[in-house]
Design a protein around this ligand. Structure first.
Ligand SMILES: CC(C)(COP(=O)(O)OP(=O)(O)OC[C@H]1O[C@@H](n2cnc3c(N)ncnc32)[C@H](O)[C@@H]1OP(=O)(O)O)[C@@H](O)C(=O)NCCC(=O)NCCS
Length: 151
């Protein structure tokens, strides 16, 4: 069966998203963090399904910051067994397109300085390392703030 990409539409998807992200990301997030993003910008969260199984997700927002429409990628994860098949790339491409449709001029995110898979993926889109954030994560790792200009 085909892989499908769908926007977030209902609360029933939240449990699956939380379970998947908890398993795939090092940083724990509370249900309030998920609700913050999913309720306010449901169209900027995209889910990947294979035969009704959630196998990938991206969670984003877009809002004005210092008179500039800024997009932010909060979470991105693809289930281990489905990685290296282009799903992460497709989720990022779709999210960036939706942000552009919303008038977003720049996109930011943080990635662990040790996360070479994510850094390569994002740098492939033209994201650059804007800042290094010391001990940003609970595990003590630094983050890079990545930035992409869309104009
Ligand atoms: C990062 C992640 C989402 C990538 O998803 P994916 O579906 O495997 O990514 P893709 O197959 O679309 O890969 C796109 C590009 O990213 C880079 N990349 C992905 N995985 C990589 C790896 N393990 N090592 C090096 N580069 C990698 C490559 O440049 C790749 O292009 P290529 O396959 O043509 O070489 C996935 O590894 C993941 O879920 N990791 C755990 C969660 C996480 O780290 N999220 C990011 C938080 S900022």
């Amino acid at each position: 069966m085909e892989i499908e990409y769908k926007p977030y539409t209902e609360e029933s998807q939240l449990t699956d998203i939380m379970r998947m992200i908890d398993a795939e990301l090092s940083e724990p997030y509370s249900i309030f963090t998920y609700r913050y993003f999913l309720y306010a910008w449901p169209h900027l969260s995209i889910l990947t399904y294979k035969e009704n199984e959630l196998i990938g997700v991206i969670v984003c927002k877009a809002e004005e910051h210092k008179k500039v429409m800024r997009g932010y990628i909060a979470m991105l994860a693809v289930k281990q067994e489905y990685r290296r098949q282009g799903i992460g790339k497709e989720l990022v491409a779709k999210a960036i397109q939706k942000m552009k449709d919303d008038g977003v001029e720049e996109v930011t995110l943080e990635a662990e300085s040790t996360n070479s898979a994510a850094l390569r993926l994002y740098e492939g889109f033209g994201f650059v390392r804007d800042k290094r954030l010391q001990a940003y994560y609970l595990n003590g790792n630094d983050a890079f703030r990545l930035k992409l200009w869309l104009k």
